[in-house]
Design a protein around this ligand. Structure first.
Ligand code: SDX
Length: 436
């Protein structure tokens, strides 16, 4: 018998089936032949939250959760963070190879010249309340871009897809900066094409009356590294959303807006903002043991800890800790780091967290750096969405080129009632739910 097969005996019928094993998986559709009668639908898999389901083939990002390994297109994240710029890594994620000097120069020029947004989009953003959360503004404004570029619906046109990819990568920092400036009542700052991607982002955020913004090179580099670390992470919640919405052939602006909405949740990209709120709530190092006990007693989670895939350290957290030291040499040490380090020290020794393999993830230290750089916590998830837009778009492109992919439409286990007798209005009792 061929070795790469799985033999299953259905004890309901006594019949045996042999299924091919490919890439460590069995195809769910191969289970449908396992029936108890000719009119039986056949077996499905049941996998809430997709804990053990591969939804696609991808060559973009490789993660080994047990060994704490993260690679973009086969390059270790540590090497890319040390040697590359964010736009260089964006090129790698999207096209599969590191660009040579002329390719990078052309790529940076093309992105730089798409940073402006349409005046109607600026007016659209004026409609938000002064205290609108920047992620709400980002999600809504990105979705609105689909009305500015209606041709983006032509998702089967490769050149058109690439044009929208460049527009989105270029405009995310502009929209993010505008959401911040709107929230503090400052006038918007136009992009400055003389600056790098992260320097220009800082320019649009923080330039006031000076004729030319001069970004601190250490802080600009730190932001570049943080953007590299956040660029992609295989089939996480928001990327799964990007692929699912994109699978209906929706335009990329609507798909990115949906992905950003998924990222905004506190269990996903919203965790970095929650980590700062948690550290504020703890207040001092001395309060850490009591807070940890509070979590162990089932009251909330240790935000910035744990991961669906990493059951060892998150390689990004180690690089972020190193980057924090570089930033603090410029900004001064963020006192919250001491609380975070004490939290990590105690948690990593505590059986509750060790047994559950809970380690600091990418969100645990990133917020401390962002705060030291002058970002408000409300902007932290926006800082996650900007670089992750590259990952979402790379995965979206890969989906469109994958002949196996089609519109995503899972099945269900139906648990409701069947074929109920209709009740005329005059005979209906008030539903219990309305009595509550
Ligand atoms: C990101 O998927 C990605 O790749 C995401 C991401 C990316 O780059 O896209 O890496 C970015 O989202 C990082 C994660 C940021 N979120 C947080 O920091 C929020 C806190 N973490 C958790 O909510 C949780 O760890 C998740 C959501 C990250 C993972 O959840 P899982 O895999 O569904 O695990 P689980 O909730 O089933 O937890 C298993 C056990 C449970 O205890 P028991 O029921 O077994 O007793 O561990 C416990 C959980 O209660 N647990 C935690 C905990 N995380 C899990 N207990 C305390 N604090 C935590 N943080």
């Amino acid at each position: 018998m061929e070795s790469n097969t799985l033999t299953i005996t259905d004890n309901r019928t006594g019949r045996t089936y042999t299924l091919p094993i490919q890439d460590g998986t069995v195809r769910a559709m191969d289970l449908r032949q396992i029936r108890i009668s000719d009119d039986d639908f056949g077996l499905m898999t049941y996998d809430p939250a997709f804990m053990n389901t591969a939804s696609c083939r991808s060559s973009i990002t490789y993660i080994d959760g047990d060994r704490g390994i993260l690679e973009y297109r086969g390059y270790p994240i540590e090497v890319l963070a040390e040697h590359c710029t964010f736009l260089e890594v964006a090129y790698l994620l999207l096209f599969g190879e590191l660009p040579n000097e002329s390719e990078l120069k052309e790529w940076v020029s093309q992105i730089t010249h798409h940073t402006m947004i349409h005046e109607t989009t600026r007016k659209f953003m004026e409609g938000f309340r002064y205290n609108a959360h920047p992620m709400s503004m980002l999600v809504s404004t990105v979705a609105a871009l689909s009305s500015v570029y209606p041709e983006a619906k032509n998702v089967h046109d490769e050149a058109n897809r690439l044009l929208q990819v460049k527009r989105l990568i270029a405009k995310m920092p502009t929209i993010a900066a505008m959401s911040y400036r709107h929230s503090v009542g400052f006038p918007y700052v136009f992009p400055d094409n003389d600056l790098t991607y992260t320097e220009n982002f800082m320019n649009m955020l923080w330039r006031m009356v000076e004729p030319k913004y001069a970004a601190n090179p250490v802080l600009a580099r730190a932001l570049d590294i943080l953007f590299i670390l956040h660029a992609d992470h295989e089939q996480n919640c928001s990327t799964n959303t990007m692929r699912s919405v994109g699978s209906s052939e929706a335009d990329p602006y609507s798909s990115v807006a949906a992905a950003a909405a998924a990222l905004s949740g506190p269990l996903h990209g919203g965790a970095n903002e929650q980590v700062l709120k948690m550290l504020d709530e703890i207040g001092t190092k001395e309060n850490v043991p009591a807070y940890i006990q509070h979590v162990k007693d089932g009251h909330g989670k240790l935000m910035g800890f744990g991961h669906r895939v990493y059951k060892n350290h998150d390689p990004r957290a180690k690089i972020i800790k190193w980057t924090a030291e570089q930033v603090f040499q410029i900004t001064g040490r963020n006192p919250k780091l001491d609380i975070a380090l004490e939290l990590e020290r105690i948690a990593l020794e505590d059986e509750y967290f060790v047994k559950r393999k809970l380690y600091p993830n990418v969100d645990f230290y990133s917020g401390i750096i962002y705060q030291a750089m002058g970002f408000k916590p409300e902007l932290f998830t926006v800082l996650f969405a900007i670089p992750r837009t590259v990952g979402w778009l790379a995965q979206w492109q890969e989906m469109h080129l994958d002949a196996e992919q089609k519109i995503a439409r899972p099945r269900q286990i139906y648990t409701g009632q069947r074929k109920r007798a209709f009740i005329p209005m005059e005979e209906r009792q008030a539903a219990a739910v309305l009595k509550a």
